[in-house]
Design a protein around this ligand. Structure first.
Ligand code: ASP
Length: 340
């Protein structure tokens, strides 16, 4: 399947078969390397690479859409978690995969931040991928272990400034959404905290619930359940409007930190050179998945919604990525941050 393989087996943390539907009769459903022609695409399993841990928010959204997409494509979609370096390991794997439509990357806002953060990034977001379409934009929440002393967002700011030497801030690696949000928080609060990187915010949230780290930013698609269950304390959401599924959680804007606004957009990518027919079929299947009532309902429960059908297109996706690369290059340069 792959032109080169940099990710060792060890970083492929989880492999899940998401949908098992009738595979085309001419292949046996098998990932044999015989990918056929663009016109009979797909005729074998499709791998969706998630560049963060299983059980985290990017993984959750991927698994939500994989099943209806697989159904529409009459193909089996397998989700692989290829973790590391804020999502850049998985993205690099897909950039170098065979451009045959059988390796698809789900990535988020991190696709637009990595070039400004990593001096030796081994892929170029606009040049090394074909865009399939945007998927969703997810608000972030600022959450803490439930016994963390501050009661409100304003108290949080005061507390972390007074205790900067001991407060810990979790994230999913440099360039991850949690890292960016944490960066904006620290810059707005005028504080520098000790950051604890994980391979994804799935395991970070587990540690937050267990009290091993103090606080973090993360998508509502990961934190809603724990907030509602009282397993973590929620201080704010990072969108200008409150999130319907978390009506009691104030926005950062209401709480006096209007500069901290992030919505984590997600999109699907395939390697550059993938046949247009395959990209189009994936994009059509994405549209079908995003119109699926079960997907809409699941997303709503987790504080988000599918993008409009007009954004689930290669054109809208490319335009968004282009704009976001410029936006984040400036924010990151102003913040003076580098990964290496
Ligand atoms: N929420 C993570 C981030 O900070 C990614 C993940 O684990 O899905 O980007």
């Amino acid at each position: 399947m792959r032109r080169t393989s940099r990710a060792a087996a060890g970083i492929i943390a989880a492999i899940g078969v998401v949908s098992l539907v009738a595979a085309c009769s001419d292949n046996g459903g098998g990932g044999s390397g015989n990918s056929g022609t663009a016109s009979n695409y797909p005729n074998q399993n499709i791998t969706f690479v998630v560049p963060f841990s299983a059980g985290g928010p990017t993984d959750t959204v991927t698994r939500m859409i994989a099943e209806p997409m697989g159904k529409k494509l009459s193909a089996q979609i397998v989700v692989q978690n290829v973790e590391g370096a804020g999502g850049t390991v998985g993205a690099g794997e897909v950039a170098r995969a065979d451009p045959d439509g059988y390796t698809v990357l789900m990535h988020h806002i991190g696709m637009s931040t990595a070039p400004a953060l990593y001096a030796n990034l081994d892929y170029k977001p606009l040049d090394d991928f074909e865009m399939v379409g945007l998927v969703t934009e997810v608000p972030m929440t600022i959450v803490a272990r439930k016994d963390f002393p501050p009661a409100t967002f304003q108290d949080l700011v005061t507390y972390v400034k007074a205790n900067a030497d001991k407060v810990t801030l979790a994230n999913a690696g440099i360039g991850a959404a949690s890292h960016l949000c944490g960066l904006l928080f620290q810059s707005a609060a005028g504080v520098k905290l000790q950051e604890v990187p994980y391979q994804g915010t799935g395991p970070a949230l587990t540690d937050l619930v267990g009290g091993q780290v103090d606080f973090m930013c993360d998508q509502t698609t990961n934190t809603t359940g724990q907030i509602t269950a009282g397993e973590v304390k929620a201080y704010a959401v990072t969108t200008p409007e409150r999130v319907k599924s978390l009506p009691d959680v104030p926005t950062t804007t209401e709480s006096g930190m209007a500069d901290l606004k992030v919505a984590v957009w997600h999109g699907l990518y395939v390697p550059k050179g993938t046949p247009p027919e395959a990209v189009q079929k994936l994009s059509e299947a994405l549209k079908v998945a995003l119109a699926d009532q079960a997907v809409i309902d699941q997303m709503a429960k987790l504080g988000t919604a599918p993008v409009p059908a007009t954004d689930a297109t290669p054109e809208a996706h490319r335009a968004k990525l282009d704009e976001q690369l410029k936006t984040w290059a400036k924010i990151i340069a102003d913040a003076g941050v580098k990964a290496s």
